[in-house]
Design a protein around this ligand. Sequence first.
Ligand code: DQA
Length: 145
Amino acid sequence: MTQKICVLNGPNLNLLGTRQPEIYGAETLADVESAMTKLAGDKGFQLGFFQSNHEGAIIDQIHAARDEAAGIIINPAAYTHTSVAILDALNTFEGPVVEVHISNIHKREAFRHHSYVSLRADGVIAGLGTRGYLAALDFMMATLA
Ligand code: DQA
């Protein structure tokens, strides 16, 4: 049976490729999504991609994932460091959750060192560039297989 993996991206990640490429690289979000789709191949997983600049919209997607998805891969972007509400939403989700950051948040400003989402995440990937999404997907597919 096909299982759905929900891939959520937070604010400003729609600008990937043009946004501070020295930190986030030259790949666009569409590039990342197509690389993930290629990796998922025909292994029996369906990927659902969603990006929003709005906290509530991300929370609504997490709620939808409760019924629809087996796992969540999330880059909450700046909400990582501020959002108890996204943490609370993730705490209502029963499957595996992997948190991804393109940059190494621990090598950056002190306010990026703390993640509310890490209190729920089963795994955290930071600093691998956009390859982090592929590493997260690889882990997720192995976990759900
Ligand atoms: C980010 C790191 C966050 O601190 C930042 O606010 C982002 C992107 C990353 O992928 O490296 O928007 O989550």
